[in-house]
Design a protein around this ligand. Structure first.
Ligand SMILES: [Zn+2]
Ligand SMILES: [Zn+2]
Length: 99
């Protein structure tokens, strides 16, 4: 049976971030969303982190360097997912089931 999302109920899904496997799309979505809570940006002067660069800028200007720029922000490569979770197409991570 094909759902309107285009994937099969028996298909399995792989997490694009940590390679966990899920039997159901519901579980996949719930899990992948947890990755969106990761804070990829870090202050270049201390361990302060945030999901938003803007927050880091405010933090740096206030505490470390009034003329801080985006170059002072550290971005962890391992958290460089590039796309918002909402824009990830689950169909790309279907492993396939026994059809
Ligand atoms: Zn994952
Ligand atoms: Zn700081």
């Amino acid at each position: 049976m094909q759902s309107h999302h285009g994937y099969n109920n028996r298909d399995r899904f792989r997490c694009p971030f940590c390679d966990k496997i899920f039997d159901r799309a519901v579980g996949w979505h719930r899990h992948v969303k947890t990755h969106s809570r990761v804070k990829p940006y870090r202050c270049g002067f201390c361990e302060y982190r945030s999901v938003k660069r803007y927050n880091i800028m405010c933090h740096m200007k206030k505490l470390h360097k009034p003329d801080a720029t985006y170059n002072d922000i550290v971005k962890d490569a391992e958290f460089d997912y590039g796309v918002p979770i909402e824009e990830i197409n689950i169909n790309k991570f279907v492993i396939g089931g026994d059809t």
